[in-house]
Design a protein around this ligand. Structure first.
Ligand code: B12
Ligand code: SF4
Ligand code: SF4
Length: 273
């Protein structure tokens, strides 16, 4: 089953693919003995309390969950990452370009086609699934989005669960092979694949701070990610969005949110120059 899905990819060198168990178990420490259980309980309690306090601090707004639990009754995911063209990504070192915008649209189309093919293949084998497109249509975006800049599904979370990479200091999925030069799409299903990826639960950025320093919106504070840290603790999506809008208007004369300097400068996955 997995090999057939992998074979749907048109060219395996330019893609990352992973199979994920989307359950939230990584937040819970595995406690084999009584002391472990107590520590585990306290840990979970502290994490929950911290979440509650954070939520309260955010004006009692309902925060969108970082997990699937509330919204999708699916346990497993196929995550596809399409590598972005190096020459085009290297070309955005001073801000977004028209060719980057074109690449962004073309890659979305390509990913949507592949995930549709995977869904179709699963269905032919009697397995229901749902395709989560690379980008949502304007009409599908919930009203709350304007206040939170969060959707109820994170491709990046599916990717860390599939073992494809970690979350970098400017909140991008960073893979060992392609760095952040990837665009993502997902298919969700309840079919348990035989070879699931090993989830990555913490950052591998170490002391690197290149994207934090290069970010023109000063959107990140340099804190390292792990699965118990919320996005808003280390990265300000509003600062990023505002800078993306400003640069898109200045450089492309378009009301969109493109920047991508953090994608361009990351040394992970960069070709030798
Ligand atoms: C809303 C959105 C934006 C907003 C907010 C960005 C943000 N980082 O939240 C704005 C407009 C600012 C934006 C900008 C850009 N975006 Co955008 N955006 C999205 C979108 C549609 C939803 C993101 C969302 O809801 N986030 C909510 C939070 C909660 O989730 P998250 O940040 O995705 O991930 C968190 C959790 O998943 C958690 N997590 C990860 N693993 C695990 C595991 C467990 C167990 C748990 C509990 C949690 C957990 O860690 C993360 C940080 O807390 C996604 C598509 C999608 N549906 O995923 C694209 C997406 C994130 N964007 C993408 C890109 C490329 C960009 C831009 C480069 C575009 C550009 N401007 O040129 C910039 C870069 C921004 C940046 N540095 O992150 C790519 C990222 C690819 C990658 N390699 O990471 C995505 C995935 C689109 C895609 N199909 O590939 N974007
Ligand atoms: S997209 Fe631009 S503004 Fe947003 S985090 Fe990356 S470098 Fe900063
Ligand atoms: S530039 Fe450095 S800090 Fe930023 S994501 Fe890449 S490795 Fe991590």
């Amino acid at each position: 089953m997995q090999n057939e899905i992998i074979n749907i990819l048109p060219n395996q060198e330019d893609y990352g693919i992973g199979f994920a168990d989307m359950a939230e178990s990584d937040r819970l420490p595995s406690s084999a003995n009584f002391v472990g259980c107590v520590v585990g309980f306290l840990n979970v309690f502290v994490i929950r309390l911290r979440r509650l306090l954070l939520a309260a601090a955010l004006s009692f707004e309902r925060k969108w969950s970082d997990t699937l639990d509330d919204h999708y009754p699916y346990h497993y995911a196929v995550v596809i990452g399409k590598k972005l063209d190096d020459a085009i990504i290297d070309g955005i070192k001073d801000g977004p370009t028209m060719v980057y915008y074109e690449l962004y649209k073309a890659t979305n189309d390509e990913l949507n086609l592949i995930t549709a093919q995977i869904s179709r293949y699963l269905l032919q084998n009697g397995i229901p699934s749902v395709q989560i497109k690379s980008t949502m249509q304007e009409s599908d975006i919930p009203d709350e989005f304007a206040k939170t800049l969060r959707l109820n599904f994170s491709h990046k979370m599916a990717a860390t669960r599939a073992g494809l990479g970690w979350i970098g200091k400017t909140d991008l999925l960073v893979s060992e092979k392609f760095g952040p030069r990837l665009r993502l799409a997902t298919v969700l299903t309840n079919y348990r694949f035989d070879n699931l990826g090993i989830p990555i639960t913490e950052s591998r950025c170490g002391k690197c701070n290149i994207c934090v320093e290069a970010c023109p919106g000063q959107a990140a504070n340099g804190q390292l990610w792990n699965v118990n840290i919320y996005r808003d603790e280390f990265y300000d999506a509003f600062k990023c969005r505002d800078m993306c809008r400003k640069l898109s208007m200045e450089r492309l004369d378009k009301k969109i949110s493109l920047c991508g300097l953090c994608v361009c400068v990351c040394p992970q996955g960069k070709r030798d120059e």
